[in-house]
Write a protein that binds this ligand. Structure first.
Ligand SMILES: Cc1cc2nc3c(=O)[nH]c(=O)nc-3n(C[C@H](O)[C@H](O)[C@H](O)COP(=O)(O)O)c2cc1C
Length: 198
């Protein structure tokens, strides 16, 4: 079967961020699976202009744009900031629109508190729906993340290997199903390849 392209977006540029450990560890788990091709995008690497925003500036970030065009799904690593999402994460997501339609998205919630980013994930679901993304229902939650990885990013709780497997199984299923749909079921949002070549 074709590989699925499932990039991971790390949603904060905070210097002492702990969610980087969750993102890097998950990338490692994804790279173990033959059916997945992945790549880490880091909100800290997006140098946004001070005087413009949104799709008008997507040309400034061609690697992000071109990867999402080719992607079958997306993993968003979302740290919980005051029960919501970081502005940097929203700014990256708002760069694109059409490019996301009818692709899967799965959330990794990260928090210092006991709820594992549940609230940031819930706050993002209506937003990604507006982008045409289809949300999986298996989140990966890292509560008390400061106790889950050591300072070097080593995972301290092996339970996460099973949780990540189930999380990825669901994302793969959704991504493959939607890929089949994009390629075989007509929609005004993504012309079928044969229509494009006419
Ligand atoms: C501005 C800000 C707001 C935060 N609000 C919450 C919160 O509402 N709930 C919570 O459990 N942790 C909160 N935290 C802690 C983060 O969830 C924690 O730092 C976690 O490691 C994920 O963020 P990080 O990747 O920036 O470290 C907050 C952190 C910051 C910087």
């Amino acid at each position: 079967m074709d590989k699925l392209l499932l990039p991971v977006l790390l949603g904060t540029n905070r210097k002492k961020r702990n969610s980087v450990h969750a993102a890097r560890w998950l990338i490692g788990e994804m790279e173990k699976r033959e059916e997945i091709e992945t790549k880490l995008f880091d909100a800290a690497d997006f140098a946004f202009p001070k005087d413009d925003y949104g799709q008008e500036i997507k040309g400034l970030f061609p690697e992000w744009r071109d990867t999402i065009i080719k992607a079958d799904g997306l993993v968003i690593v979302a740290p919980e900031y005051n029960h919501g999402y970081p502005g940097t994460l929203k700014a990256v997501i708002d760069l694109l629109l059409q490019e996301y339609i009818h692709k899967a998205v799965a959330f990794v919630g990260v928090s210092a508190g006991p709820w594992g980013g549940t609230r940031v994930i819930e706050s993002m679901v209506p937003m990604v729906r507006e982008l045409g993304l289809a949300v999986t229902f298996s989140d990966l939650n890292f509560p008390k993340v400061q106790n889950t990885f050591d300072a070097e990013g080593k995972l301290l709780n092996p339970l996460y290997e099973k949780l990540a497997r189930e999380f990825l199984d669901e994302l793969v299923w959704m991504s493959r199903t939607l890929k089949w749909g994009r390629e075989n079921v007509p929609s005004k949002f993504h012309p079928l390849p044969q229509v494009l070549s006419e």
